[in-house]
Design a protein around this ligand. Sequence first.
Ligand SMILES: C[S@@+](CC[C@H](N)C(=O)[O-])C[C@H]1O[C@@H](n2cnc3c(N)ncnc32)[C@H](O)[C@@H]1O
Length: 376
Amino acid sequence: MSLSKSKPKPDQQPESDSNTSLSSSTEIGMNISVQHAKPDNTISDELSFVHDAVLLQETVAAVLGIKCLPKQKNGMEAENSLQVSGIYVDATFGRGGHSRLLLSQLAADAQLIVFDKDPTAIAVAQELASTDSRVHVVHDSFATLTDSLAAMGITQVDGLMADLGISSPQIDDGSRGFSFMRDGAVDIRMDTSRGQSVAEWLEQVDDETLANVLYEFGEERHSRRIARAIKQMDSYQSTLELADVIKAAHPNWQRGKHPATQSFQAMRIFINNELGDVDDFLEQSIPILKAGGELAVISFHSLEDRRIKQFLQRHSKGQYPEDESLPMPPKRPRYFSKPKRIGPSKAEVNRNPRSRSAWLRVATRTDTGYQQIVEQ
Ligand SMILES: C[S@@+](CC[C@H](N)C(=O)[O-])C[C@H]1O[C@@H](n2cnc3c(N)ncnc32)[C@H](O)[C@@H]1O
């Protein structure tokens, strides 16, 4: 992933915006309630961690193109009431909260393709697929959307949903390295089957590049001095040691917020190419969605939400930005209509405080045929 050069220099930067600042009880922007810590990282133990899906009904209703899901008398969603046919994608299966609710509304002839980078999430998805023939599992990034679907003979789908970021099980399992509160290897990869761990990257990265990553993806204003301290470490074997070094190098931090929050977020976003993957996914959603198909994406910090917002603005306004040298601004294709943003209800935030930073953005694909545009 390339780092933008237009930003002010690290260590001279303003405070991160409030949306990106993650609160004390929230480690690295995840969206779920903490479940139980556990002693080792075997797949069967990892499967025992639970994920409390955020904006669950709202997202599933949105991807089906309806206002809300039908309810039973007891207030629960009525299972199998909609019987919707078609092909749907859950780009971030996790523990399958959104997938399972969507499946409960899909007809027997529908298909649900689920993606995840995480091998443990994929093990859970495969278990589900073994009992539900509508489910097809892809262990890869959602950035491979077009190619992965093409490999299954699918060129268009009726709905796409994504719940970005990391899951509760990923952070609760200290051995994965996502947590600065639990000790583990400095890995921080979602997909432990490929790519470089953060420890491997830290071994070879120079101070300046590290500082730029901490600033760019964590909006860490003290990135230079933190980068220097990290590079002075003898080895990168323990997340708690790394968090302690960051804490010692940090001159001041927000009350109630661990000083390593932004640095860990930055390294996580960088090593997993999170923003690049989101950009690729969004671009591919245009040709992949059928006319009338729905895009529903949940994000947890402003770096992601801004991208989704700008993408939908770009493709729903029907015009290029004004160019004063031209008498009439040229028209650009309107690929999406009705973009909207939905936040969690008060009740959800009370029940699951980590949902408070979540935004769901939804839009409907228009019938405008796709033409690839080369941006200037
Ligand atoms: C917030 S969790 C999703 C939780 C899920 N909606 C549920 O209800 O259980 C995000 C999941 O997305 C996965 N993920 C993040 N980025 C990804 C990417 N680029 N491609 C595929 N999976 C990704 C993570 O591994 C994680 O399991």
